[in-house]
Design a protein around this ligand. Structure first.
Ligand code: NAD
Length: 242
């Protein structure tokens, strides 16, 4: 069987949401393999990003994944650092709200602004980064196998088994799953691989802080069969580990 691994040593990589959680872990993993990493995250995450860049070669580009000009600027920065060989879409938001309220009033139904915002960031933002990064990737030289780059998107188990209050989040993640194969077919022509991961639960700042957040996480973890989150020591549940 042919074994081939994309060589990212000395190349550049883009990571959205790269200042926190899964994105941060990805930035560090890519850096360990010799990639120069452009962290694309919101401006208020600048301090966290700069701290990561003490350990990883690359740059922070303040980027809202839904903003065309900011994404192009980040992609251009990556091109300056080396051929763009990877994009990992990790930026994401969640918002727990039930479809209807408890009082029977129309005004208590799920806020459409919230629904649109979650789709805009998670689904439209992911596609925006793919289409612009892939445009830059298509102009780079392929390796001996004809491969130019790889793209990894982050969906969620909620795409397949959303829980109560996750209508917007589940829809956005199911959208990512749904578009993956189509985009993979589109980009195969230029030697760019496209995959989507569907993680289960892991403890990151996405769940917020405080008592309500702890209760929400406990409720979600009830669905974890084995190993159950409650049997894991607290220090192993969170990224970065405490
Ligand atoms: N934590 C989990 O249990 C879990 C499970 C399944 C999937 N996921 C997905 O994994 C991905 C990473 O989540 P995490 O848990 O590491 O969360 P996190 O909150 O630690 O990281 C998300 C990052 O995305 C950034 N971000 C938010 N909106 C953005 C925008 N518009 N533009 C650019 N950056 C933006 C945030 O600033 C943050 O740095 C998300 O897509 C999330 O939906 C998480």
């Amino acid at each position: 069987m042919l074994r081939h691994m994309l060589d990212i040593n000395g190349a550049s990589a883009l990571v959205t949401g790269g200042a926190s959680g899964l994105g941060e872990a990805t930035v560090r993993a890519l850096g360990e393999q010799g990639a120069k990493v452009v962290i694309m995250d919101l401006e208020h995450q600048a301090d966290k990003a700069e701290k990561i860049l003490e350990d990883v070669e690359g740059a922070f580009m303040p980027t809202d994944v839904t903003d065309v000009d900011q994404v192009i600027a980040a992609v251009e920065k990556a091109k300056e650092l080396g051929p763009v060989r990877a994009l990992v879409n990790s930026a994401g938001i969640g918002w727990a709200t039930r479809t209807i309220g408890k009082d029977g009033e129309y005004s208590s139904a799920h806020d459409l602004t919230v629904f649109r915002k979650v789709l805009e960031v998670n689904l439209v933002g992911t596609f925006n980064c793919i289409r612009l990064a892939a445009t830059a990737m298509s102009g780079s030289d392929p390796d001996e196998f004809g491969e130019r780059s790889a793209i990894v998107n982050t969906a969620s188990v909620a795409a397949l088994e959303g829980q109560i209050g996750q209508a917007a989040y589940s829809a956005s993640k199911a959208g990512i799953v749904g578009m993956t194969l189509t985009i993979a077919r589109d980009l195969a022509a230029v030697g760019v691989r496209v995959n989507t991961i569907i993680p289960g639960l892991f403890d990151t700042p996405i769940y917020g802080q405080g008592e309500a957040s702890e209760q929400f996480k406990e409720r979600l973890s009830v669905g974890c069969l084995f190993p159950s989150v409650s049997v894991l020591p607290r220090s192993t549940r969170r990224w970065p580990p405490s």
